[in-house]
Design a protein around this ligand. Structure first.
Ligand code: ATP
Length: 417
């Protein structure tokens, strides 16, 4: 990869014209305010890799919130401010641009959130996770396009290496362990030898991180094109077992994730589906530990629990002669997402066929007659109505009735008994 010192051309070529104009205006505004502004983080890395990345992070040496307010004036965008962190998010047309004050960070103890103080762009780069993410590009007119690369991130990009900035990096913040694996697998890079040793040395520091933060990292992994690569690597290095000792990132998972992608087309599989497959073989107790450790929100926890319970039912579904009404009652109450998990995870063709039948057809079947029709037919309102409707549903599911008249005839047969 040829080394470059100015990224102005790359910005011009790779970012949409509207966004280029926007960041140029930001540079001019910074000049007017006597401040400096930089493009930072993943966008710089991806410019150098010639990959499209429209997640724009800007660092301001100064007051990011006041800056963002002035920048958006007259443009008609929306702005969300976090005064406490001196950050602002601008939503403008279809773009989202994050602005933060350049800052210095220190860690009172491993795994704690950092103490933040205003700082220079160099301080801001020093707090970052890996050399390839610790580069900035000047945007003020005088320095437009200049690359700032104090840790030779560009060289590491060329050598395809993930390298931490200092030997306490994983101790300060061990979410970087997961982040490192994510970048390594996404970019087809390698953890640089000393970084790999530090990762192994500091692996138990993962316990110093709150479950919420680990969940966030896992969710980021599940947004990747091929999350199974990251999970396999995490399994290999003993990182996955820190989530739960019984988790495996082996070939089964790779096969099922690929199937999940096929089933979800044209979309990406939702993170909950990937997570349900990851935890599919855990015992109930292990699953509960996983849920409470990661503080999964209720809907996600429910999908995981139901996926565990459907696994038990699937054994009964492995029967080619099963009546549709029996399939219905076995699967009733499970969400489509949970049934999809079952279809992907199970290997018995019969069970899969029965689950598909439920998902595509049975679950939306209803009797043609309703409660009022039954009352009009002379049935006394009360529990008997529900009973008859259930029997009608079964008859319809099993193809014993087709028309409204069939249903009425059947009801008369029952009520004349
Ligand atoms: P992605 O392509 O996955 O969005 P990104 O590099 O934009 O990657 P973000 O999670 O959006 O990643 O973070 C933006 C930048 O903030 C990173 O490039 C990195 O420099 C820095 N960063 C994020 N998390 C950490 C962390 N835990 N420790 C140090 N630096 C971090």
């Amino acid at each position: 990869m040829p080394q470059v010192t100015n990224l102005a051309d790359k910005i011009e070529k790779q970012l949409p014209a509207e966004l280029v104009a926007f960041i140029k205006q930001a540079g001019e505004l910074a000049d007017g305010r006597g401040e400096k502004i930089y493009l930072v983080g993943g966008a710089v890395r991806d410019l150098l890799l010639d990959k499209t990345n429209l997640d724009i992070d800007l660092a301001v040496e100064g007051d990011a919130v006041a800056f963002a307010r002035e920048l958006i004036k007259g443009k008609g965008g929306k702005i969300t401010i976090h005064r406490q962190f001196n950050t602002a998010k601008i939503s403008w047309h279809k773009w989202s641009i994050d602005l933060a004050a350049a800052r210095r960070e220190s860690y009172a103890r491993p795994g704690a959130l950092p103490t933040v103080k205003p700082g220079s762009i160099n301080d801001d780069l020093f707090r970052r996770d890996f050399t390839i993410n610790a580069m900035a590009v000047g945007l003020n007119p005088q320095t437009y396009g200049h690359l700032i690369d104090p840790y030779n991130g560009q060289k590491d990009l060329g050598d395809r290496l993930i390298r931490v900035l200092h030997e306490k990096s994983f101790i300060d913040d061990s979410t970087r362990i997961w982040r490192g694996l994510r970048y390594e697998q996404r970019l087809d890079f390698q953890l640089e030898a000393a970084t790999l040793n530090l990762l192994k040395r500091d692996i138990s520091m993962l316990y110093s991180i709150s479950g919420n933060r680990i969940r966030y990292e896992l969710e980021c992994i599940l947004q990747e094109e091929l999350p199974e690569k990251v999970l396999r690597r995490a399994g290999e290095l003993g990182v996955l077992e820190k989530l739960n000792p019984s988790l495996g990132g082996d070939g089964w998972l790779a096969e099922k994730y690929s199937y999940a992608r096929q089933m979800s087309l044209p979309h990406k599989p939702p993170a909950d589906l990937y997570m349900a497959l990851l935890t599919y073989h855990l015992t109930d107790k292990e699953r509960e530990q996983f849920i409470s450790y990661l503080r999964l929100p209720k809907p996600a926890a429910r999908i995981l629990r139901d996926s565990g319970s459907i696994r038990e039912k699937i054994k009964e579904l492995a029967d080619a002669a099963m009546k549709p009404s029996s399939i219905y009652h076995l699967l009733y109450g499970y969400s489509p997402q949970v049934i999809t998990t079952g279809i992907i995870a199970d290997d018995a063709e019969e069970s899969r066929r029965n689950m598909r039948l439920y998902l595509n057809k049975l679950r939306s079947i209803k009797p043609l007659l309703g409660g009022n029709d039954l009352i009009q037919m002379g049935i006394t309102p009360g529990p008997r109505i529900k009973e008859i409707l259930n029997k009608l549903l079964d008859a319809r599911l099993d193809g014993k009735v087709k028309t409204r008249e069939d249903e009425e005839g059947m009801v008369r047969g029952w009520t004349n008994d």
